[in-house]
Design a protein around this ligand. Sequence first.
Ligand SMILES: NC(=O)C1=CN([C@@H]2O[C@H](COP(=O)(O)OP(=O)(O)OC[C@H]3O[C@@H](n4cnc5c(N)ncnc54)[C@H](OP(=O)(O)O)[C@@H]3O)[C@@H](O)[C@H]2O)C=CC1
Ligand SMILES: CC(C)CCC[C@@H](C)[C@H]1CC[C@H]2[C@@H]3C(=O)C=C4C[C@@H](O)CC[C@]4(C)[C@H]3CC[C@]12C
Length: 293
Amino acid sequence: MGLLRKIFIPFVGLVLAFCFYSAREDFKPEMLKGKRVIVTGASTGIGEQMAYHLARMGAHVLITARTEAKLQKVITRCLELGAASAQYVSGSMEDEAFAEHVVKEAELLLGGLDMLILNHVGNSYFNYFDGDVGHVQKLLKINFLSYVAMTVSALPRLKDSRGSIVVVSSMAGKVGFPFTAPYSATKFALDGFFSSLRQELIIQKVDVSITLCILGFVDTESAMKAASDVVLVSPAPKEECALEIIKGGALRQREIYYKYAATKIPLLIRDWAPELLDYLIRRSYNVENLKKN
Ligand SMILES: NC(=O)C1=CN([C@@H]2O[C@H](COP(=O)(O)OP(=O)(O)OC[C@H]3O[C@@H](n4cnc5c(N)ncnc54)[C@H](OP(=O)(O)O)[C@@H]3O)[C@@H](O)[C@H]2O)C=CC1
Ligand SMILES: CC(C)CCC[C@@H](C)[C@H]1CC[C@H]2[C@@H]3C(=O)C=C4C[C@@H](O)CC[C@]4(C)[C@H]3CC[C@]12C
């Protein structure tokens, strides 16, 4: 027992720490300088913050969402912050043709593409599943199928540039949380599709990275409005979250977890004691405060 505690456990710790850190290249903001990046859902929230970070790093940013007036404001700010160029395309991702159109615009306006950041999500409700199958279908179109359509259109250009695809997902795409059934379905779908595609790209020796981002609760306006009264977990800052996503993409990481411990530890529990995690999650909700319809 003494030997185990004194030698074996520290040894395993050291080996794990070495494996974890040795493979890591350091992030430098210059990595994004002059890179051509699409950010979807960038009129507000985490997407907006990603556009600002990319602008400060000197990237060419092409942003998209539905609300033109908000996109215009974000573009103005990006140019002030030092973007190499900043442009937008407005439209709804419910329409598959629009998803393809955005990629074509990137080719026309930027002459190619280095990074595709898929971040937008359609509006949903944070409450008991109401049985509306049409809503699930609509959300799958916006949150999942448009991600696939954009990837299909962008892959040839990303192969040219040995570029990256960044898929913004959620803890709700790895674990079942209450009150997010339609949303959660779309995020689980992303994991299945993009994890499978990543394997195929590796087999085919295609040098395009796929980074899946597993986010916990983040303090964007929409998330706070929907869930802050019910979820007894403090939200993380959207600015820092946006930077971690960009770092993960630039370093071509397989997955990123934000915030690290708050997402990684529950996921470790998930595989060994799923009922315990389900219970802990229910305990972190104040159901009394759920909006009554
Ligand atoms: N905030 C959080 O707590 C968490 C967020 N995430 C993930 O992070 C990402 C960003 O979230 P967050 O910043 O909070 O989201 P926001 O609600 O702040 O932003 C969503 C963006 O998507 C756009 N959008 C909405 N509907 C459509 C549509 N039909 N077509 C095209 N664009 C649309 C919105 O603009 P417009 O309305 O103008 O179209 C907006 O720019 C999402 O993928 C989300 O799932 C993951 C875990 C937690
Ligand atoms: C208990 C711990 C294991 C971790 C808790 C983290 C929980 C509370 C986090 C993880 C993922 C988060 C949801 C999310 O991904 C996105 C949205 C969309 C937004 O419009 C409304 C809020 C909502 C539903 C978030 C609500 C809070 C969730 C469930």
